[in-house]
Design a protein around this ligand. Sequence first.
Ligand code: UDP
Length: 330
Amino acid sequence: MRVLVAGAAGFIGSHLCDSLLADSHTVVGIDNLVSGRRSNLTAALAHPGFIFVERDIATPFSDDDLSALFGDGPFDEVYHLASPASPADFATIPLEILETGSNGTKHMLQLAERHGARLLLASTSEVYGDPLVHPQPESYWGNVDSIGPRSCYDEAKRFAEALTSAYRRHRGVDTVIIRIFNTYGPRMRPDDGRVLTNFITQALSGAPITLYGDGSQTRSFCFVDDEVRGIVAAMRSGAAGPVNLGNPAEVTMREVAELVVQLTGSSSPIVTVPLPTERTGDPARRRPDITLARTLLGWEPTIGLADGLPAMIRDLAAELAVMPAHTEPA
Ligand code: UDP
């Protein structure tokens, strides 16, 4: 098949490209490299079946653009994973996030319509906001602050879900919506501000591990290989979604900090610090109900946090070790 991956240079997008290439598909990856990194695509770029297009999906595509960029025959599948997704990004590039979720999603849906392709929208557990129902089933409508610091992402994704549903209903585009819960693994940016990248980089450098608030808040972490398997299963199913894709094993942030200290053998102290102001609205609990994914897709995660973390720790250790060489003046 000929497949388009939007957000190809991102953490999950790049792993998805590798998986699709391993299955012998031709993959066109598009990314504006705002939060994605070309280095994530080292393996893909060496593959003859991969083409990379550096471009912002929120900018309109003219007919000439479309044929120049994507002209060689139709796409069968469009995976739309393009969006910065870290709370650190919400504070610095909220306008870009809103543009990507709205205009970017519209452009991907138009492309899918034109090509007769099935489109997968990567939505998020953030559509549930700070949930009042636990664990979160897809039928829960959420508890979202529409003007707070996280709203640029939460509402962009909610709009993207609405737009995708309207294209499905009114334009006959074949679509599936997945809701991705916290995912981790190699290729996350060391500076992305997320909890596992923060804790691991702090542990590896001997810096204090910064537990926000009292550390009792929970998340449920899915290893990226499991997540990518779920994404492909959703695309290949007939499901319209939304379908939650995440690991239902729920942990407190304090437990995560202790696990990271143990796995890295670090002597870093675990310290509590006030929740940063840009983190206002930090969800207190999050755990996916994956009954639908199990029944519709025959999918469930198989890799626990303690088993998946060593690969991420090795990846960040390797990256941090090479960083000084890159930043030294020539
Ligand atoms: N967190 C923390 N210390 C950090 C970074 C994050 O305690 O250095 C907490 C944060 O307050 C949140 C959880 O870890 O409750 C997960 O944060 P992350 O940014 O990874 O993802 P999200 O909030 O989007 O689920």
